[in-house]
Design a protein around this ligand. Structure first.
Ligand SMILES: [Zn+2]
Length: 238
């Protein structure tokens, strides 16, 4: 998968199944910071990409689910996350404690997830430090978007209205393991929520920012002047 330019100084590396797993690199003094860590199978490509972009300064986890922490232990850089995400990041479990896979409607998908999560996972991540609401990362502001995970964070750059948001919004149908039709979005499925009502509130908060680019954890970034109604409608799915 080739590297895609998302916005000024922001790069997207897509990998794993159908290239649906996203790792972002943001240029900063001394190299690039990696936002979100994708899956274990992306570790060599992520390391090579970071080298190409001038060297990795640090890794910041959007959240600690198996498909978002996969490369982190292999990147040879300090890893940061929100304080509420440390326990899950440092855990040796690929399946987060609050997942309720029994909520998935399609039986084969329900049976497949434990295997997928273990395959995607890179194992426990040693957390070097934390980032919280209002902190600055490479010209972006950290926003706490709890719900899907307790310490889920996004990065927001007001100047060009770019939001990198991990799993605040899904552009995939995780219950059927396929992309959503182009232009559609949804709140993450309740099977993967720590607090589903909070996840819906976080998605509404993202809509209120009126972003023009939304780089999510899976599939290609959303772009346009009219993302707000799409995101508001997405919060009402599930
Ligand atoms: Zn997730």
């Amino acid at each position: 998968m080739a590297l895609e330019r998302v916005a000024d100084g922001v790069w997207l590396l897509r990998g794993d199944i159908r290239g649906a797993m996203n790792v972002y690199f943001i240029e900063e003094e001394g190299g690039v910071v990696q936002f979100d860590a994708g899956t274990k199978s992306m570790r060599k490509m992520a390391a090579a990409t970071a080298r190409e972009l001038g060297g990795l300064t640090r890794v910041i986890l959007g959240h600690a689910h198996a498909d978002h922490r996969g490369t982190a232990p292999y990147m040879d850089a300090p890893v940061f996350c929100h304080p509420d995400e440390i326990a899950d990041a440092e855990s040796d479990q690929a399946i987060s404690p609050y997942f309720d896979l029994s909520l998935l409607e399609v039986a084969p998908v329900r049976w497949l997830y434990p295997t997928l999560l273990k395959r995607w996972d890179g194992g426990p991540v040693k957390i070097a430090g934390t980032v919280s609401e209002g902190d600055e990362v490479a010209g972006f502001k950290v926003i706490h978007f709890p719900g899907h995970a307790p310490g889920l964070i996004g990065l927001w750059r007001e100047s060009d209205r770019v939001a990198l948001v991990s799993d605040v919004v899904y552009l995939v149908d995780s219950a059927r393991l396929k992309p959503l039709p182009h232009g559609e979005a949804s709140v993450p499925h309740p099977a993967f929520a720590c607090n589903h009502q909070e996840a819906k509130r976080s998605l509404r908060r993202l809509a209120e920012l009126e972003p023009k680019v939304v780089g999510a954890g899976h599939e290609r970034p959303m772009r346009g002047e009219a993302l707000c109604p799409v995101l508001e409608a997405a919060a009402e799915k599930y």
